[in-house]
Design a protein around this ligand. Structure first.
Ligand SMILES: Nc1nc2c(c(=O)[nH]1)N[C@@H](CN(C=O)c1ccc(C(=O)N[C@@H](CCC(=O)O)C(=O)O)cc1)CN2
Ligand code: GAR
Length: 212
């Protein structure tokens, strides 16, 4: 058991050959999870393709990572739309343009609406830096520190309209150390996020190939 985690999921095993899942990633941050997905796909660990990155913040580092991995990226800044629904309509149009079948939110910091969820029913997953249902919403790492928990973690769940409340797919627990700051705890959580996001997609790919 690594020092990073109390329950460290095994790396996703190679799964039976199947037609690759066509993924679209929504992100607004540093893009470490995007990069972990791109690397896993490039080394054949995941039967998936990254069709497009949609990012919300023009300064987000994730855009540079998409360029490094030669993956198409589209900036959709919520400030340029007068409603959540109009932003989501632009997201759906972009996802359809790039033939996306599964949507991965990895640091997408906007609440999405039925406009997106109805276009991709049960096909949107989100990565959250806590053990849901604890610490929903923004600043989950800070919430865990403020609550004084000794164990937190991360979750991949299906996205529903109610925020961070959809069916849980994969979780990993992470110890909270006495000397932790939000940055040190988030870094420990993120090391597990990279595992569970790949694990979740590997399971979706396996289930998807059986249903085809
Ligand atoms: N309908 C849903 N939308 C989203 C979900 C979900 O489960 N259902 N998951 C979130 C991801 N997320 C936490 O994991 C999260 C992101 C953002 C917010 C939020 O309150 N955002 C504010 C804006 C904050 C900002 O711009 O800094 C907002 O949208 O008004 C809550 C939870 C992604 N979306
Ligand atoms: N509420 C949503 C939320 O907080 N998401 C978090 O954003 C980070 C993105 O990191 P990354 O850009 O390095 O992948 C991740 O830690 C993810 O859990």
């Amino acid at each position: 058991m690594s020092a990073d985690a109390l329950v460290s999921p095994a790396a996703p095993a190679l799964i039976a050959p199947c037609s690759p899942l066509r993924l679209g990633v929504l992100a607004s941050g540093s893009g470490t999870n995007f990069a972990a997905l791109a690397a896993a796909i490039a080394n054949g660990e995941l039967p998936a393709t990254l069709q497009v990155l949609i990012y919300n913040n023009p300064k987000a580092l994730v855009a540079e990572r998409a360029q490094q991995w030669q993956i198409p990226s589209v900036l959709l800044n919520h400030r340029h739309y007068n409603s959540r629904e109009s932003l989501d309509a632009a997201i759906v149009e972009t996802l359809k343009t790039y033939d996306v079948e599964w949507v991965v939110m990895a640091g997408w910091m906007r609440i999405v609406t039925p406009v997106l969820l109805n276009a991709y029913p049960q096909r949107v997953i989100n990565l959250h830096p806590s053990l849901l249902p604890s610490f929903r919403g923004l600043h989950a790492v800070e919430q865990a520190l403020a609550a004084g928990v000794k164990i937190t973690g991360c979750t991949v769940h299906l996205v529903e309209e109610a925020v961070d409340s959809g069916p849980i797919l994969v979780q990993a627990a992470v110890p909270v150390l006495a000397e932790d700051t939000p940055a040190t705890l988030h870094a420990r959580i993120q090391r597990q996020e990279h595992h569970i996001l790949k694990q979740a997609i590997a399971h979706l790919a396996a289930a998807h190939s059986l249903s085809r």
